[in-house]
Ligand binder design. Structure first.
Ligand SMILES: C[S@@+](CC[C@H](N)C(=O)[O-])C[C@H]1O[C@@H](n2cnc3c(N)ncnc32)[C@H](O)[C@@H]1O
Length: 267
């Protein structure tokens, strides 16, 4: 995995939308006893969930050793949380199973720094193996629908509002060099999710934020014999405001774009 140029900044950015991320708490089934948080970073989400569900046991795992050390230092008096350094796959040698496996804002990184879709399929298969029967997998990430890739109809008009912004044009040029010319709403949506990270563009520019569509996740869960209980696509209010103020999008134009997907699937 690429080095993170400014780890502190990266972690701050991750923890900013904490309240938004904690909405996943409502998908933790009542009666669940344990949760594995895959890609826990410095433990911000894990620790907040551990405080909300003090009777449950939480394990966070991350392949960044520095982040895991930071997470461990933040445990304090809590008895229901621990953190491990390593790959999810290494967990397979441990017979312990979990009632919930959480992937919060991580799978696009698995894709970008791993071997693409095969890394995603492996990670979800590993999670399936680690889950107790009846346990749930909660996935939150930037996820778009494939059908947005066919919506070329009014993309040019909306794109014009983006290209007229002189100060981000160089990012757009770079983005199109990496991912190809923006011709669909889905591609434009991808750019809109990242143009604000210029300070870390070296890393963020080439990361594929939306590598796996809802339709593809459906296929993977079907293959794994998991039942998709819930699926939701939305836009966090902060981004709606930012896109409106940066580009003057109308309500109807805003409606074309999404920032966040949640999928809950049961084994
Ligand atoms: C974007 S952060 C998300 C952190 C946290 N889940 C949150 O939502 O705030 C992604 C984390 O996934 C970790 N990560 C990436 N690929 C991983 C892998 N294959 N196994 C474990 N962790 C991984 C990174 O080290 C990073 O800490």
């Amino acid at each position: 995995m690429d080095d993170i140029a400014n780890p502190q900044r990266y972690l701050e950015r991750m923890s900013k939308p904490l309240q938004e991320k904690l909405k996943i708490a409502k998908y933790i089934p009542s009666g669940a006893n344990s949760l594995l948080d895959v890609g826990c970073a410095d433990g911000t989400v894990t620790l907040a969930l551990a405080d909300m569900f003090p009777e449950m046991k939480f394990v966070g795992i991350d392949l960044n050793a520095d982040f895991v050390n930071m997470a461990r230092e933040r445990i304090g008096e809590r008895k229901n949380v621990s953190f491990e350094h390593g790959y999810l796959r290494e967990r397979l040698s441990n017979p312990e199973k979990f009632d919930v496996v959480l992937f919060c804002s991580v799978l696009h990184e698995f894709y970008s720094y791993g071997e693409g879709i095969s890394t995603i399929v492996k990670a979800l298969s590993d999670a399936h193996e680690i889950l107790n029967k009846g346990g749930v997998l909660i996935l939150r990430d930037m996820i778009l629908y494939d059908y947005a890739d066919r919506s070329e109809l009014w993309v040019e008009e909306i794109k014009r509002k983006v290209t007229t912004k002189e100060e981000i044009r160089h990012l757009l040029v770079d983005f199109e060099t990496i991912f190809g010319p923006i011709k669909t709403i889905k591609q434009l949506n991808h750019f809109l999710l990242k143009y604000m990270y210029e300070d870390n563009w070296e890393r963020e520019g080439k990361e594929n934020y939306v590598p796996v569509s809802f339709e593809q996740y459906d296929q993977i869960f079907k293959l794994l014999g998991m039942q998709v209980l819930f699926q939701r696509s939305s836009t966090i209010p902060y981004l709606k405001e930012k896109w409106t103020s940066d580009f003057g999008f109308s309500e109807a134009e805003l409606e074309s774009f999404r920032s966040t997907g949640i999928i809950v699937a049961r084994k």
